[in-house]
Design a protein around this ligand. Sequence first.
Ligand SMILES: C[S@@+](CC[C@H](N)C(=O)[O-])C[C@H]1O[C@@H](n2cnc3c(N)ncnc32)[C@H](O)[C@@H]1O
Length: 236
Amino acid sequence: MTEPRIGEPFDGFADDYARRLDDPLRRQFAADGDFFIRQKCHALVREIRHRLGRSRESHLRLLDAGCGTGTAMRILRPFSSVVGTDVSLPMLQRVKPGGRVAATEPFALPFADHSFDVAFAFCVYHHIAPQQQARHLGELGRVVRPGGVVSIFEHNPLNPITRRIFERAEIDQGCQMIPAKQLHRMFTEAGFTDVRCTYMLFVPESLAAWLGFIEPYLGWLPLGGQYFVSGTKTVA
Ligand SMILES: C[S@@+](CC[C@H](N)C(=O)[O-])C[C@H]1O[C@@H](n2cnc3c(N)ncnc32)[C@H](O)[C@@H]1O
């Protein structure tokens, strides 16, 4: 039997991707998936400002690897220029007009070395086989300039509610959650510096307007719904 092509399941999810993510537990936290992506974008922008400063931010070149239907690209566009890539053409076909996208091979991005200041992936790595994740991270490292940043966002296996939602999500069947420590080690072994893990998604959408400001202060607490690991590409 031949192995399914990486990303192939998403070809079949593209038509009703949002509905397939729906879960009653998830709905307790936010009305729909956009909230989760918006919060990741806020966290990413904070991380970029922390690592690269604010002075050149409107000129930054961002890569959204595994952009899916392009929600993060739409949210980040006022901040900086963003290019999205995905292995699933049907997912890319749902990106709203104006989004710059490219269909890619799983481990070969169609960009020259050092093309981007920042590369990020939102909830993509658990869809890549564990033994192939380091290879993908190496490819993100290749297309980021020295001194640039790579950030990988994932579900937090230490949060029992996230775990429960993950286990019953149709799109995550056959996938394994990635412990933060494992991803942290992968960044270090790939040669990134200043590798740091930050936890996020503590405050539900209904309270975000009032209490959202505490999110950045809780980044050390391994109980958030998701987390991200970031590293800076070594300057040769
Ligand atoms: C759970 S979806 C997340 C989409 C988007 N990042 C978001 O947050 O809405 C995972 C996406 O990763 C894509 N994907 C999986 N493996 C990939 C790879 N090796 N390279 C690029 N995209 C990949 C899938 O096709 C799918 O669109």
